[in-house]
Design a protein around this ligand. Sequence first.
Ligand code: PMP
Length: 359
Amino acid sequence: MKKYNFSAGPAILPAEVMKEAGAACVNFNNSGFSILEISHRSADFSAVLAEAEALVREIGGIGEEFAVLFLSGGASSQFFMAPMNLLDDSGKAVYVDTGSWAAKAVKESKAFGPTEVLASSKADNYTHIPKGYTIPADATYLHLTSNNTIFGTQLAEYPETDVPLVVDMSSDMFSRPFPVDRFGIIYAGAQKNLGPAGVTLVIVRKDLLGKVDRHIPTMLNYNTHIEKGSTFNTPPVFPIYVMMLTLRWVKAQGGLEAVAKNNEEKAAVLYKEIDENPMFAGTVTQKEDRSLMNVTFVMADEYKELEGQFLEACKAAGCMSVKGHRSVGGFRASIYNAMPKEGIETLVKVMQDFRAAHA
Ligand code: PMP
């Protein structure tokens, strides 16, 4: 039976990427060496790094005013690295609190300078994206989480503002086009849409750096990694290689417009079933805030006791990891770029069969 991985991350990658990565573990580029043992300063790996950067630039339309970095420490390290490099007491960082990851970013920023939360949906358990807030024109940056992996919400649009956006795109990076010129920093842990865990893609507007009045430890200074092309220390060679393969795949799909269209179609099939099937209910209160990446839903009140049975039915059909995040409960189907349509059709069939059996 074919199994589909609906996990939120580490998550599904394109089958052909995993196959090629597997072969490279044995013999990379016909070199007689594994990708796991080659030097990060070898010509072979330098070519991987160069191609990964070129693909990020091409796919995202990222110009030379931005540096493209491949760092370690996860997206969580960017929660402090961004304010450490951009913010001091002379500035002010503003945040929108759309979920647990956003709240963690706020907490770290407070250590580096004035930090204000412009809007929060915490009181509603993050079931929607707050709107209608005013962005102070003098803010150093506005931090946003583009997709809230746990709560299944996603920013439909980025705000129009001259304040540089610092955006945690971990769970929807390269799933749709974005307005590059509004961004100061984009960061994304790879383990959802980009590759395996272990590398974080960071895109930084270079002119924002070097302005804060503090000592920044060498490894935490973006300029260190810019000057050394992400090889100041040993970078995560294998995750970067797999990210490069995944980016080739994104390009071959037709780039971000094509990927976004596919993601919209896939999500629509699943949300339609959630809306039409009386056994289930969506958790996001405003439809325009629904994530195209992490689809969250619950058992309708009168069927709550069947939750465990539904998860068993999913597993029996090969739909794995549909259980919701431990802080939310219910169900979450993560349908990143690499989730094929058949995976979603299989899950929808499980929901329909469950209805036929129980409703
Ligand atoms: N931000 C978001 C939106 C996430 O989904 C996650 C991980 N699930 C993180 C940050 C943390 O990423 P990491 O584990 O790479 O530190």
